[in-house]
Ligand binder design. Structure first.
Ligand SMILES: Cc1cc2nc3c(=O)[nH]c(=O)nc-3n(C[C@H](O)[C@H](O)[C@H](O)COP(=O)(O)OP(=O)(O)OC[C@H]3O[C@@H](n4cnc5c(N)ncnc54)[C@H](O)[C@@H]3O)c2cc1C
Length: 496
């Protein structure tokens, strides 16, 4: 039997789930397929910033910065559990960028879009006891947003499902035949190998770093646009300084490196830019990248780091819209959405480039392209739609409420659940009335109840899905604890 849908989206990264949610909410029947776990590729390997991109001003990308700055406010409002304000310090070293240039950039950053929830930039003198080296006497401060990128993908996928979309992780699109007004698409289940055919009026290629390969190998088509693959890596070290600030460090090569407070005890340091021509799914940090990141941090901070301080690292591939600039750092982070269809060809929608920050706008623009094909389609709606669990205004108040509702839960677990699930925490805990009701404890506050919830509601299947993308507990789990969770997921563990 062949299923029929209006729109089939290939790719379950942030752009694919964004398009699926937007289209489903406007009344289209939507199916999304993802060859692995949702968000496993670029969308969980970012610097996790919802930002305008201060440094893009140097490339005169005023349109991109304006859109991204405006989007910060939308996302901070719509997902207050997983997106939070973050204050940055930019240490001033006059020989790198003069103060007048930074002040001008920050003035634009403050004023290019309406700022509601974030404070303006400022110039601050460093007090004794600063974590920075003694020659750094002043910093510039400004605000942006922090996001749990992997959870953003899951919440947007849930939003899509809430509007009727079918979300199929572990399902690869292996080919598609184009007919006059429909595509016949072949999908293969990665677990069972089972193949099925789906008929769709529009096919959306949101395959991120695979976008070009999908065109060439699976669709046997040529695209007018090309992407450039650029690897970026991050390292995690024990928290350098617990002062609540993120730092943006200027490197002598003109690039910048972020040092961001991460989870409760770590600093996230990134990123690098390395041209890449391998398989995007197999990517890891190299020794020169580690040295580059450590040298940059050691150049600014009193605390000196060595490779032995690394707790974890990850790498991702940016699918950048090729604009033939020489250096990767100069290539635009903007996106392009292409709709191709002739009189006798079904429509193909393709996404090139983009950022986590602009996913919602990108999705809206992509679905707007389909109005001619589906005249009865609804209007754009996502700007004012809270993501699942985001229907509260203040995180500390939500944590207090949850503590009152579940007085038997340890305080740090309540705080983690609130940051991850927001008001969906009640759905995770359901009718539990005591710690034993949560079932088996796998370690570090991860109980059977939450594991079951993640499998039932958030498409989790493996330890990797649960420990690294749905939560960040992988930073604390040891091998034995991971194996016990793996056994449980395989159905062989003792659930008592
Ligand atoms: C190092 C780094 C730092 C970044 N930092 C930031 C930041 O701080 N802020 C920000 O806003 N942006 C940032 N970005 C950019 C942002 O992460 C990306 O633009 C975004 O995640 C791209 O999402 P995507 O959905 O296009 O791609 P992906 O997340 O890669 O999703 C594409 C998906 O398509 C799937 N797929 C491919 N082929 C098939 C097929 N045939 N069948 C089924 N599925 C298929 C893949 O498995 C993959 O999951 C950063 C990127 C990198 C690499």
């Amino acid at each position: 039997m062949t299923d029929k849908v209006d729109l089939l989206v290939v790719g379950g990264g942030i752009n694919g789930v964004g398009i699926a949610a937007d289209a489903a909410g406007r009344g289209l029947s939507v199916l999304l397929c993802e060859q692995q776990d949702l968000g496993w590729a670029t969308s969980s390997s970012s610097s996790k910033l919802i930002h305008g991109g201060l440094r893009y001003l140097e490339q005169y990308e005023f349109r991109l910065v304006h859109q991204a700055l405006a989007e910060r406010e939308v996302l901070l409002k719509n997902a207050p559990h997983i997106i939070r304000p973050l204050r940055f310090r930019l240490p001033h070293r006059a020989h790198l960028r003069p103060a007048w240039l930074i002040r001008t950039g920050l003035f634009l950053y403050d004023h290019l879009a309406r700022r509601v929830s974030l404070p303006p930039s400022a110039r601050v003198r460093m007090a004794p006891g600063s974590p920075l080296k003694a020659d750094i006497r002043e910093c510039f401060e400004y605000s942006d947003g922090w996001v749990d990128d992997a959870r953003l993908v899951i919440l947007v996928a849930r939003q899509a499902r809430n509007h009727g979309a079918s979300i199929l992780p572990h399902t690869r699109c292996t080919g598609a035949q184009r007919h006059q007004d429909y595509w016949r698409v072949t999908l293969q289940d990665a677990g069972t190998g089972r193949v099925r055919q789906v008929q769709t009026r529009v096919l959306a290629n949101a395959a991120g770093p695979w976008v070009g390969r999908f065109f060439k190998d699976d669709l046997k088509l040529q695209s007018q646009n090309r992407i450039r693959l650029v690897k970026g890596s991050h390292i995690l070290v024990p928290r350098i300084k617990d002062d609540g600030y993120a730092y943006i460090l200027q490197h002598r090569d003109g690039r910048i490196v972020f040092v961001i407070p991460y989870e409760q005890a770590y600093s996230l340091i990134g990123t690098t830019e390395v041209e890449f021509d391998g398989e995007p799914g197999k990517v890891s940090i190299s020794d020169p990248e580690i040295r580059y990141l450590l040298d940059t941090v050691n150049d600014y901070f009193c605390a000196q780091l060595a490779p032995s301080d690394l707790v974890h690292s990850y790498s991702g591939i940016r699918p950048l819209l090729e604009d033939n600039r020489l250096e990767a750092r100069q290539v635009s982070r903007d996106y392009r959405v292409e709709l191709s269809h002739g009189d006798d060809q079904a429509a193909l929608l393709t996404v090139f480039g983009g950022k986590i920050t602009t996913y919602r706008r990108l999705a809206q623009a992509a679905v707007n392209h389909l109005v001619g094909l589906f005249p009865g389609m609804g209007r754009p709606w996502t700007a004012d739609s809270l993501l699942p669990g985001g229907d509260f205004s203040d995180l500390p108040i939500l944590i207090c409420q949850l503590q009152q509702d579940y007085p038997w839960l340890p305080g740090d677990l309540v705080a983690r659940l609130a940051r991850q699930y927001g008001t969906l925490t009640q759905g995770v805990l359901q009718d539990c009335r005591s710690v034993p009701d949560l079932g088996r404890h796998f370690g570090h506050g991860l109980y059977q109840r939450e594991v079951d919830y993640l499998c039932e509601q958030e498409w989790a299947r493996s330890t990797e899905d649960i420990l690294w993308r749905r939560t960040k507990l992988g930073l604390q789990f040891d091998q034995a604890q991971t194996l016990a969770l793996q056994d449980y997921l395989a159905g062989t563990g003792d659930a008592s």
